[in-house]
Structures are given as C-alpha cells and as structure tokens.
Design a protein. Structure first.
Length: 326
C-alpha cells in the first residue's frame, strides 16, 4: 500500500486510497473546505452511533497511534487514546517527554522519524508554533496536530464547530462571541478560522492585551466577516447564540505580573446567564480556572461537557479518515 504523502509505505489493512483524507496531515484548519467539514461531521455522527450502540469497532485493528505530548493535556490526549482504542487500534503514549530521549537533546525530526517506524499515525502537541508543520515535513506517516503553542489546535476547532452544529442545528446565521485570552488561545484561532467560512457575526471580548492577533483578524476581514471587539462580556452576552469562553493562558506570559493583571477578568455566573438567550450554547475548551462558575454547570445551555465528549467522536473520525478507513 502506498501513501500519497511521499510514496513511502503505510502499514496496515487495505485502506481506501480514493478518499482525499488518506495519508494527509492535519496541521491547520485552513486546509479544510466546507465539504471536508461536512464529511468529517458525518463520520463523527457515525462514530457516536457506534460508541452508543456497541462501544467499539475493529476498523483500525492492527494500526498503531503514537501520542506525543510535549505539553500538558487531559482531554486531547486521553480522547485520542480512547478514540484509537474504540476503533480497535493501539497506542504508544509519550506524555512525559522528560522521560524520553527528548531530555537527552533529541530533535523533533529525529523523534518523529523514530516513532513512525513503530506507528501508522502520530499525534503531536508542542509548545512552539509551527512545530506540527515541521514534523509533517519530516514524517512519511500522517501527523495530526494536538496544538502548537499559541498557533492552532485544529482538532479542537473541528470539535467546537461540530458542537455548535449539534447544539443549535446550524452555523449560518449565528452570532458567536468569543471571550478571554484571544491572543494566546489557540483554540480561538482555529475556531475563528473555521467560522469565517460561514455566514456568522463574530464578537471578540478581551482585555486590551489579550485581543485577537492581527493575522487572524486580517483573515476574517478578508473573508468578509467584520471583527467586532469589546472589553465587557456583559455587552456581548444578550445577543450571543454561542458564548465561547477561554482561560487566560498563564504559561504563555513572559512576565507573570501581566498575567496577574488580567487573570480572572471574566466570570460567567448564573446571574449573567439569566441575561442570555433561552436557546444558546455556553462553550469552553477547558480546563477552566474560574471563568465559568460551577453553579452554571446544570444550566441546559452549558455545553462544555458535551463538547468534550464530541472530541472523541471527531478524533475517531479523523483517525479513520487519515488511515483510509472512514
Ligand atoms: N485545552 C486547550 C488547549 O490545549 C485550551 C486550554 O488549554 O486553555 O489549547
């Protein structure tokens, strides 16, 4: 079996070579068309059906995933593991790179070239923006980014868009407000880039120093999506169909005094939710560190736990797709 990536072999059971996802890397949401998104969401729906009905399938039996995390993770890492296991495949988990040869000074390309000797697909989280593109350049097997620094988090973007669609039944026509650390929040960058393909109104709520980066803003404006920016969530909540809240990314601040100045700048409370639409979705990529009060969790509009479950179905769909089995 020949991978379309560079003519090298992909080990495994006969894949569907016809499908455009076969052998592809997933490093940015910019690579997806609306048609691609429709396809991924349909497969994710099927994956949800399989899990609900029978728990697992042997679609990826014999395939191996290397899960390589240079930064902390709970949801992304464990949902990729669960996704691979529910598809009948197995996982090489590398979560504490301090215990791997990375701590001996091994370069990212060499680590990638090592893991692809053993695995059919590599999931990579790395603190540097652009690291997944570099890994993809060296790898002959598909690389799936699980977040690269303050760059992008493409699989989170996909599961966020899928959640909006599952919660509200549409994307076109919605008013989406994104709140918090829009500068450093890679999930914001991926979701905003996906939303620019739809007929949506976008509001960005952040303190001055955490505003959306100029490149993302430019892409939105170019796509005909005006960028409305404000500082107070109270001014955005009433018209929002989706309120996408994020944490201030402490680990990205060079000077912790800057972090201290903006941490805790937003808190979604039941009182604030009483001003929101009856039908809306409150989302958060998680972890939360105070942005959404625990007594909001029982509100039917609080979608963040459903959102994280959706992550597993999206990741099942992506793994099956890049291995030619969807
Ligand atoms: N879990 C998400 C990420 O890895 C969001 C966050 O950490 O705040 O980007």
């Amino acid at each position: 079996m020949t991978s379309p990536k560079n003519g090298q072999k992909i080990v495994g059971l006969a894949p569907n070579r016809e499908h455009s996802f076969y052998g592809r890397d997933i490093v940015s949401v910019k690579q997806f068309s609306k048609q691609d998104l429709g396809y991924i969401f349909t497969v994710a729906d099927e994956m949800r059906g399989i899990v609900k009905r029978v728990g697992a399938t042997d679609l990826l039996k014999g395939y191996v995933l290397a899960n390589l995390f240079y930064e902390p993770s709970t949801r992304t890492s464990s949902s990729f593991i669960a996704a691979m296991q529910r598809l009948g495949g197995s996982v090489i988990p590398i979560h504490g790179v301090q215990y791997s040869s990375v701590s001996k000074g091994e370069s990212l390309p060499d680590t990638i070239r090592t893991l692809e000797c053993y695995a059919d697909v590599i999931v990579l989280r790395h603190p540097e923006m652009g690291a997944s593109e570099i890994a993809a350049r060296y790898a002959t097997k598909p690389i799936i980014s699980a977040g690269d620094g303050i760059g992008e988090h493409p699989t989170q973007g996909l599961l966020d868009l899928y959640t909006i669609y599952s919660e509200l039944g549409t994307i076109d026509g919605l008013h989406v407000a994104m709140v918090g650390d829009l500068r450093n929040g890679r999930t914001v960058h991926s979701l905003a880039r996906l939303l620019r393909m739809y007929d949506v109104s976008l509001t960005f709520v952040a303190p001055e120093i955490l505003r959306l980066p100029d490149d993302v803003k430019g892409e939105l404006t170019e796509a005909g999506r005006p960028v409305r920016e404000m500082g107070r969530v109270e001014d955005a909540i009433e018209e929002a169909d989706v309120l996408y809240v994020t944490r201030v990314q402490k680990e990205r601040f060079a000077d912790l005094r800057d972090y201290e100045a903006v941490k805790g700048c937003y808190e979604i409370t039941p009182e604030l939710m009483s001003r929101a639409k009856q039908r809306m979705a409150l989302m958060h990529p998680l972890p939360r560190v105070g942005e959404i009060r625990y007594d909001v969790d029982d509100d039917p509009r609080a979608a963040y736990f459903r959102q994280m479950e959706n992550g597993m179905y999206i990741r099942m769909a992506l793994l099956a797709a890049v291995l030619g089995k969807a």
